[in-house]
Design a binder for this molecule. Structure first.
Ligand SMILES: [Zn+2]
Length: 121
């Protein structure tokens, strides 16, 4: 898939987030990369043989005390990883949506364990 088309999917996934949540996004960039860097793989704690589809890096809203003069949070969506685990365009669309929601949840301070409990991990 062309990068531009993939980025459009990411944009649509962000548009799909309800306004009540979307309006609370604060100082966060969403970017697309092909694959995670070795460092990103290490910090993400991903298991061997699994693909890292997205990564949230930053200071969650719930942890922002005396917040200021810092780089924006960053959500990275890994295009090639997502394409690798999907067999069709429909699957890619769905996986992009799930991954964007998952990483946005981290921005809001919801951790993987809680996401798993909520059934969205
Ligand atoms: Zn996560």
């Amino acid at each position: 898939m062309e990068r531009r088309e993939f980025e459009t999917l990411v944009g649509k996934a962000l548009d799909g987030i309800p306004d009540e949540l979307y309006n609370f996004l604060d100082n966060v960039d969403v970017v697309v990369e092909d694959w995670p860097t070795p460092t990103q793989l290490v910090v993400s704690d991903i298991e061997d043989g699994e693909y890292l589809l997205g990564l949230y890096e930053g200071i969650p809203l719930t942890a922002r005390h005396e917040y200021g003069n810092v780089l924006p949070d960053k959500i990275t969506i890994f295009q090639r990883s997502i394409e690798e685990v999907c067999d069709s365009k429909d699957e890619i669309i769905e996986q992009v949506r799930d991954t964007v929601v998952h990483e946005v949840a981290h921005h809001f301070g919801i951790d993987d364990e809680r996401l798993h409990e909520l059934g969205v991990a």
